[in-house]
Design a binder for this molecule. Structure first.
Ligand code: NAD
Ligand code: UDP
Length: 315
């Protein structure tokens, strides 16, 4: 494929930094834009010497003029702890961020992909979740800034497509994990691994019977880039995730085992509106994205992530 100039908003975050790395390896020029709210320069410091890499500190709620061929719009804190820290800012990042990046795409005729989320399904009444399901989202709860923000972003993407012919792509990402998640990120995989490595209590919220399906970051990226570059005009939305479903209790036990930890489990109150179960139906992605399917088994992905945190904790 020819070399493209690609903007990654949220490029210094967990998924974004792996995406920048992958795109550079494929020979593209990458403009990484981030305000470093939950991202870190450290995540991309190994890329700074690459002539094809550019890092811009910028908040995507503010206008910016850039000339690019592709935009991956990832800017938005993803951990409930972080997106609830400043809920109004989260809505703003989702809505203004979509308007500003779609504005760039429209002006320079770039193709643009939105990192949407399984949270658009809310606490789902349909299981596993299919793209045709409209969801069960509380519009006024503590998760709404993220869920509704991402839903409005999807709406804006569809309206720019219908009204202005912007080439859009929408992916709905299910729980993704891997190296470069923050130690204090608040999400379940990083929390449990850090707690297990420190032999501290494993904090299960609620009974631990709620489920999630965990996708390793490299599998997600393969789906995302295939979606961006599909030339059949398939715009989504499409689910991307690993359908292997685990209860949170099973996840905790697995991590304790894999780390040989002496941690004990402690049950804590369940946050409000925490979805009971989540598992993607990925048949649409498999059909439309050249047989894409997650390859990394959860145990193997967890071992890679554990190794990363072991090194981080030594620093
Ligand atoms: P992350 O928090 O590590 O990354 C988000 C990045 O966006 C960070 O680098 C942060 O500093 C940056 N950012 C936040 N607000 C910004 C703003 N106003 N302007 C510029 N940059 C801003 O999270 P992640 O897991 O890498 O998630 C990346 C994207 O994927 C997010 O949009 C998230 O909603 C989506 N997503 C992730 C998951 C997952 O499980 N990891 C699931 C569903 C959707
Ligand atoms: N969770 C938990 N202990 C933790 C962090 C999270 O039991 O220390 C639970 C949380 O209540 C939810 C699931 O793990 O049911 C996944 O939480 P996460 O914040 O990773 O992502 P979500 O899928 O809820 O956005």
């Amino acid at each position: 494929m020819k070399s493209l100039r690609i903007l990654v908003t949220g490029g210094a975050g967990f998924i974004g930094s792996h995406l920048c790395e992958k795109l550079l390896k494929e020979g593209h020029e990458v403009v990484c834009l981030d305000n470093f709210f939950t991202g870190r320069k450290q995540n991309v410091s190994h890329l700074l010497d690459d002539k094809k890499f550019e890092l811009i500190r910028h908040d995507i709620t503010e206008e910016i003029r850039l000339e690019v061929d592709r935009i991956y719009n990832l800017a938005c804190p993803a951990s409930p702890v972080h997106y609830q820290y400043n809920a109004i800012k989260t809505v703003k990042t989702n809505v203004m961020g979509a308007l500003i990046t779609l504005g760039i795409a429209k002006r320079v005729k770039a193709r643009i992909l939105q990192a949407s989320t399984s949270e658009v399904y809310g606490d789902p009444a349909v299981h596993p979740q299919v793209e045709g399901y409209w969801g069960n989202v509380n519009p006024i709860g503590i998760r709404s800034c993220y869920d509704e923000g991402k839903r409005v972003a999807e709406t804006l993407f569809m309206d720019y497509y219908r009204q202005n012919g912007v080439q859009i792509r929408i992916v709905r990402i299910f729980n993704t994990y891997g190296p470069r998640m923050l130690e204090n990120d608040g999400r379940v995989v990083s929390n449990f691994i850090v707690q297990a490595l420190k032999n501290e209590e494993i904090t299960i919220y609620g009974s631990g019977e709620q489920t999630r399906s965990f996708c390793f970051v490299s599998d997600l990226l393969e789906g995302m880039t295939r979606m961006m570059e599909n030339e059949e005009g398939f715009i989504g939305p499409v689910n991307l995730g690993n359908p292997q479903e685990y209860t949170i209790l099973q996840l905790a036990e697995m991590i304790v085992r894999l780390t040989n930890s002496s941690s004990k489990i402690a049950f804590k109150p369940l946050p409000k509106d925490d979805p009971c179960r989540r598992k993607p139906d990925i048949s649409l992605a498999q059909e439309k994205l050249g047989g894409w399917t997650p390859k990394i088994d959860v145990k193997d992905g967890l071992l890679k992530t554990i190794e990363y945190f072991e090194n981080e904790l030594k620093k």
